[in-house]
Design a binder for this molecule. Structure first.
Ligand code: FES
Length: 199
């Protein structure tokens, strides 16, 4: 069933994002270079808020980088990407090309019609992100990560662009949770996630 989640104008710009709740699931909708993508909003790894992650081009694929532990997930396929290690002639291990561990984050159909954006939730099969997808505690943290205009919260990890820019707002649409966002601290178990690795 298609569910209206936002006005098309909310997602008009490249890089714009909203998060919504559809059939109980928290989902993120991204505009990347004019294309809309929808994935589960809560990271399969430990419940991080993907909506606030940076959108990056990784190996030619549009990806969201989770602000908690830097996992990289493609917004089109929900695959987690990682960089392989390769041995140099001197026997040193150095980062090589990118590879996929397979789909971990569920993706959903999203489209625009008559000035509105709709999502059709995919509920076929199972994916790792299912375990957090409707978790109320994670959902509350997603909402609180929505930030506020003119009063951005500092990002506790200093993550690159992981929100903290005061773009969030509640827009009053039935299924819209918020536009995006800023940093926050706690994992799905309510505890601090482990330290962000150095880059
Ligand atoms: S990488 Fe997303 S919660 Fe750990």
């Amino acid at each position: 069933m298609e569910v209206e989640v936002a006005q098309a104008s909310d997602l008009r710009l490249d890089g714009s994002k909203v998060q919504a709740r559809v059939n109980g699931r928290y989902v993120s909708i991204f505009n990347v270079k004019g294309e809309l993508y929808c994935i589960d909003a809560i990271c399969y790894h430990a419940g991080g808020p993907l909506t606030v992650g940076d959108i990056e081009d990784v190996d030619g694929k549009a990806c969201v980088r989770c602000p908690w532990h830097n996992y990289i997930v493609t917004v089109q396929t929900g695959e987690k990407l990682y960089q392989k290690l390769v041995k140099t002639e001197e026997g040193k291990l150095v980062p090589g090309g990118w590879d996929s561990v397979g789909q971990r984050q569920r993706t959903h159909r999203v489209f625009e019609r008559s000035g509105a954006v709709f999502v059709v939730v995919d509920e076929e099969g199972s994916f790792e992100s299912d375990k957090y997808s409707s978790d109320e505690a994670c959902g509350r943290r997603l909402v609180s990560s929505g930030g506020s205009f003119g009063n951005p919260k500092p990002n506790p990890f200093g993550a690159r662009g992981a929100g903290g820019q005061g773009r969030g707002a509640f827009l009053g649409m039935k299924n819209l949770v918020s536009r995006v966002t800023s940093g926050h601290l706690f994992g799905a178990d309510g505890k601090m996630p482990f330290k962000k690795p150095q880059q």
